[in-house]
Design a protein around this ligand. Structure first.
Ligand SMILES: Cc1cc2nc3c(=O)[nH]c(=O)nc-3n(C[C@H](O)[C@H](O)[C@H](O)COP(=O)(O)OP(=O)(O)OC[C@H]3O[C@@H](n4cnc5c(N)ncnc54)[C@H](O)[C@@H]3O)c2cc1C
Length: 390
């Protein structure tokens, strides 16, 4: 059977899948629920070496050269400004170190490339339901239109609609215990420039991280809290600026200056997803966060999403039988992704409440020891993984 893919979700997984499927000679239509809201609708992320390798496999590595910046190390410090250690990202055979960029900018770049390579891209189309026929699947969108394909690729993220159709007993995402507030600021703020490095400070009441890219600062604050933010708590930028200022005012870090100058402040709840029992039916398959949302602290979600996209396209390229291809895809990916989810490093964790000074000293000591022992080094099996097209 000749495959025709309907891809739902024009984020990183869906756009990379459209590029990969086109490379495999498979026709692909991509449907994205939102309009393009600009660069700052999502956090900045780091794409580690394994993600860059997966992009290279589909001739998309060069696309990120101009929209991203290298990050060769993470500098860890306490809230007093004392340096606790450096985690280095060694480069691979291609001289690659992780690259940082706004998530929305990466998704847009991949989406445009998919279109240029022959995929059809439809924005403002939200899938509402899907039904399987004998040899195909029909997707219905919120404007009443439909699309038919031999395979429906569910790349619709953490809150996936398609996950409920593919795996009705799958858990819903759950709150992971921290509020993650992130944003952007002009780089002429008083934060020291940090080309090639990401800085993380374990403050008295919350963790702060930032890097300076050309002209901009990408930053986040991670705040432990037993309760998730309610929707109404997530709106007002100036209230958040005041709140963050209170949290960081007793630390000696660049946090205050960056937050005062921030032009974008986006509060969110960290969420994780338990094991999804199955990622596919005969004609539908989940990839990226829809299948396996690893915690943000692993810095692997986007990279694994691109790997998924490439591997899925390879199995569809090599197998005429759609169900067999989807079966082989899940078998090939599940172990690696599960292991990645369990490999969470402690970069954004923070004790609940205000730790006493003695607890802070112990925590700083633990971090410094972990850096010295190599426990915080990026695991080679994860970051040195190579994806090739053959
Ligand atoms: C704060 C934060 C920091 C992170 N940092 C890193 C990092 O440093 N490194 C890293 O590799 N990863 C990081 N991640 C994870 C990474 O952002 C995700 O893993 C990645 O974006 C997953 O891509 P995706 O395409 O699967 O999902 P998404 O990027 O969520 O894309 C899903 C798309 O589907 C669309 N959609 C949803 N429902 C529908 C529907 N019904 N119909 C049509 N379209 C729909 C959405 O609008 C969206 O565009 C971070 C995540 C967060 C939250």
């Amino acid at each position: 059977m000749t495959h025709h893919a309907i891809i739902v979700g024009g984020g990183i997984a869906g756009s990379a899948a459209a590029i990969a499927l086109r490379k495999a000679g498979i026709t692909a239509d991509l449907y994205e629920a939102r309009h393009d809201g600009g660069d700052y609708t999502g956090a900045a992320l780091r794409l580690p070496r394994n993600g860059l390798s997966a992009l290279r496999a589909i001739d998309a590595r060069d696309l990120v050269a101009d929209i991203s910046y290298p990050i060769a190390s993470t500098e860890l410090s306490s809230g007093t400004g004392r340096h606790l250690g450096t985690v280095s990202f060694t480069s691979d055979g291609h001289g690659e170190v992780p690259r940082t960029m706004p998530r929305a900018r990466l998704a847009r770049t991949l989406r445009s490339a998919a279109e240029a390579r022959g995929a059809r891209v439809f924005m403002n189309k939200r899938l509402t339901r899907a039904a399987t026929r004998a040899d195909s699947v029909i997707a219905t969108f919120d404007d009443g239109s439909t699309a038919e394909g031999t395979v429906l690729v569910g790349a619709d993220g953490l809150k996936s609609t398609i996950r409920r159709l593919v795996s009705p007993t799958a858990p819903e995402p759950h709150y992971a215990g921290t509020h993650l507030v992130y944003g952007y600021a002009p780089a002429n703020t008083a934060a020291p420039p940090s080309p090639d490095a990401f800085h993380i400070y374990w403050g008295k009441r919350a963790t702060f991280g930032y890097t300076t890219a050309a002209g901009e600062i990408y930053w986040y604050a991670n705040i432990a809290s037993p309760e998730p933010l309610a929707a109404e708590q997530q709106r007002d930028t100036e209230t958040w600026r005041k709140h963050l200022t209170k949290l960081f005012r007793r630390d000696r870090t660049p946090a205050m200056k960056v937050i005062e100058a921030a032009n974008v402040i986006i509060p969110s709840n960290t969420r994780t997803l338990g094991t999804v029992p199955s990622w596919h039916t005969d004609h539908m398959v989940l990839i990226g966060d829809a299948a396996h949302a690893v915690p943000p602290a692993t810095e692997q979600g986007a990279a694994l999403a691109v790997e998924d996209a490439v591997v899925l396209a390879q199995f569809l390229r090599d197998q005429e039988d759609t169900a067999a291809a989807l079966d082989a895809f899940e078998a090939a990916r599940r172990e690696r992704v599960t292991r990645a989810g369990a490999s969470r490093r402690s970069r954004t964790t923070h004790r609940r409440g205000t730790p006493r000074w003695i607890e802070q000293r112990r925590r700083d000591k633990r971090i410094a020891q972990a850096v010295r022992s190599g426990a915080m080094n990026p695991p080679a099996w994860l970051h040195d993984h190579r994806t090739t097209w053959e």
